[in-house]
Design a binder for this molecule. Structure first.
Ligand code: DX5
Ligand code: ZN
Length: 229
């Protein structure tokens, strides 16, 4: 599997989201990462199903919807109906994670579980065999443009080992927070295969160029890694 780039529109101009998506798709973005925040689980408030539905009209790449909300079970159907291809939920808010993961899959959507920086890998031990992907937060969720927490690197490797042990070798690891031209190669070497990037793409004057550069760098790191093995 190549490394996929998922630009996070959180750092784009919210008055011109359609244009932002077109630009990164032109540059080879693989997924469009959509950050949903409720002002409760995280301190920020962003967007809901109506906006996802509107994005779906313009996006040609799958919408990767990251739910940073306290009660995701109440909204899963609405986000699936709005056009999410991937839905990820935080393990910190879900006492019945198994039920939630299977409810997402039953809607025909890829199910991901998300770990905050302080959440141990062991929290997903029993569900690792069931998920379509795991999202590792390399910042505390809530805002774009934060600094990468280096500890996430070894966590990627630990989750990769857990997924493989669980027989779920096909499930990729996605990483989110502080990914840029400096951190991308390190997380790819650790085993991440989907890189979310907000500020490193939309915080630059040329998001198209930034997407191309990040994708080339990430896939270069993958080639270097396979040669080293
Ligand atoms: C943070 C969000 C991220 C955010 C990443 O809470 O989940 O997806 O957009 O932004 P950067 O890449 O700027 O750290
Ligand atoms: Zn996110």
């Amino acid at each position: 599997m190549n490394v996929q780039i998922a630009p996070s529109i959180l750092s784009a101009d919210f008055a011109a989201l359609g244009e932002a998506i077109e630009r990164v798709e032109r540059a080879g973005a693989d997924l469009i990462h959509v950050d949903v925040m409720d002002g409760h689980f995280v301190p920020n408030i962003t967007i809901g199903p109506p906006v996802v539905k509107a994005l779906k009209r313009v996006a040609t790449r799958p919408l990767d919807v990251h739910l940073m909300i306290s009660e995701p079970d109440r909204y899963i159907e609405a986000f699936a109906a709005a056009g999410a291809s991937m839905l990820s939920v935080h393990v910190e808010v879900l006492p019945h994670l198994h039920r939630t993961v299977h409810a997402i899959k039953a809607l025909g959507v890829k199910a991901g579980v998300v770990l905050n920086p302080s959440t141990p890998v062991s929290a997903i031990e029993e569900i690792a065999g069931d998920v379509d992907f795991v999202l590792i937060m390399s910042v505390n969720p809530g805002f774009g443009g934060q600094t990468f927490i280096p500890r996430a690197e070894s966590k990627v490797a630990a989750v990769r080992a857990l997924l493989d042990r669980s027989g779920n070798t096909a499930a990729p690891i996605e990483i989110d927070g502080g990914i840029d031209m400096k951190t991308a190669a390190r997380v790819v070497a650790a085993g991440a295969r989907i890189l979310v990037a907000g500020n490193a793409i939309f915080g630059t004057p040329d998001p198209e160029q930034a997407t191309r550069e990040l994708k080339a760098l990430a896939n270069g790191a993958l080639t270097a890694e396979s040669h080293a093995r």
